[in-house]
Design a protein around this ligand. Structure first.
Ligand SMILES: [Zn+2]
Length: 405
């Protein structure tokens, strides 16, 4: 029986020394007996997302972790957002990230988020989903004011600009073609947006919002056009049945695109108050059926963006407690724990700093790392790129085919 593979991605795990933590990183400062036990029994090192020094988003990094080259398949975040929101996007579809926003009578965008709280978003999204001139437009609401638009039809190009002015007080932009091949797509989109303005202005939902003194969600701002790539299905690429458990749409979208089975767990909220124990348990249980599970835990990234080293330390401690379950199955599972990028609390954004990584399983040729953190793991000298992680997992579970004779 070959060992099963568990890839745990702690979103935005990597960090930098923080004054609030006496110059330690949140991971260093955290009480983390299980992560330390895993690295003591395994191989610790540093992982560079995609390539050294690159500041990656979660999407490009997760694609790379799964063994897909983002430089070949990534054309913008839109398609990944859309898929994560549940739009079954097909290769060739053009997708945008979208916001419901408020447009005043002069056509200026006065609130790019339409007050943020839009309980009517689902109904509005349905109203602006329709076909026009043989092109299908599908809008799906996300969290708060966020949404995604998928445009489906023949001969479309993603080489178009945004309608989002990215600042308040200005009108939305006309979608521009960025090359001659995209002229028709730009026309189609501008006609669509004109139509949605009428629909949104006339909608009962927005009339009610205005009556209640709320900003009307009467403009759909589009940004980040991308074409949905076609990925080689994960199970064909590796000969592994794979699944994905994540609390955020972006990652489930990537899982969906790769053909991973999407696992549902009621506690997988993508927030800091998520059910860490339940997620880890569900991932391990899924490996009874699956060969591979990708588990993404979003919380460290949220704390990083928040600039809260104390919160980041706290969520890492909770994650550590949940990861105790992994130690109990090291006879039959090869576990890799890493981050998809660093989100230092000191800059509240992603950085290109490498992230600690551990491969752990019974019988592994362990190295000299005893503590799982940015500094201790870097001392081992073991470094790899995110694109090598699947290869390592295949090798450690004796699945790697021989290179040569
Ligand atoms: Zn982030």
């Amino acid at each position: 029986m070959m060992k099963k593979l568990l890839l745990v991605v702690l979103d935005g795990l990597g960090d930098r020394p923080n004054q609030v933590l006496n110059g330690e990183t949140p991971l260093q400062a955290a009480y983390r007996p299980n992560l330390n036990a895993l690295v003591s029994a395994g191989i610790g090192g540093m992982m560079y997302p995609v390539r050294k020094g690159l500041v990656c988003g979660s999407d490009t990094s997760h694609l790379s972790l799964l063994g897909y080259d983002p430089q070949r398949v990534y054309t913008g975040r839109g398609p990944f957002e859309a898929m994560g929101l549940g739009i079954v996007s097909r290769p060739g579809d053009i997708a945008f990230r979208a916001n419901f926003a408020t447009r005043d009578q002069e056509g200026r965008i006065v609130d790019r988020r339409a007050g943020r709280d839009i309980p009517q978003a689902s109904k509005l999204a349905k109203k602006v989903s329709f076909s026009m001139n043989g092109i299908e437009f599908i809008v799906k609401e996300g969290v708060e004011h966020r949404a995604a638009l998928v445009v489906r039809g023949k001969g479309l190009s993603a080489n178009v600009g945004d309608s989002d002015p990215h600042v308040q007080g200005k009108p939305s932009r006309k979608i521009e073609a960025l090359d001659s091949g995209a002229a028709r797509t730009a026309d189609v989109l501008n006609a669509y947006l004109e139509e949605t303005r009428k629909i949104l202005d006339d909608s009962e939902e927005n009339k009610e919002r205005v009556r209640n003194g709320l900003p009307s969600a009467n403009e759909l701002l589009l940004r980040g056009a991308g074409v949905t790539p076609s990925l080689e299905p994960f199970n064909e690429k590796y000969g592994l049945e794979g699944a994905c458990l994540a609390g955020i749409p972006l990652i489930t979208g990537i899982g969906n695109l790769a053909g991973l089975k999407l696992l549902k767990h009621h506690g997988a909220t993508g927030r800091v108050d998520t059910d860490y124990n339940g997620k880890v348990k569900a991932a391990i249980r899924a490996l009874e059926e699956q060969d591979f599970v990708l588990l993404n835990i979003k919380a460290p990234d949220i704390a990083g963006h928040d600039g809260s080293p104390l919160l980041k330390r706290e969520v890492i401690e909770k994650i550590d407690a949940a990861l105790g379950q992994v130690l109990e199955v090291s006879d039959r599972i090869v576990t890799c724990i890493t981050g998809d990028h660093s989100t230092p609390c000191t800059i509240k954004e992603h950085s290109g700093d490498p992230v600690p990584i551990v491969f752990s399983t019974e019988g592994i040729r362990k190295n000299n790392v005893r503590q799982f953190d940015e500094i201790s793991c870097s001392r081992s000298g073991f470094e790899l790129l995110s694109g090598d992680v699947m290869t390592m997992l295949l090798q450690l579970s004796d699945r790697m085919e021989k290179y040569g004779a």
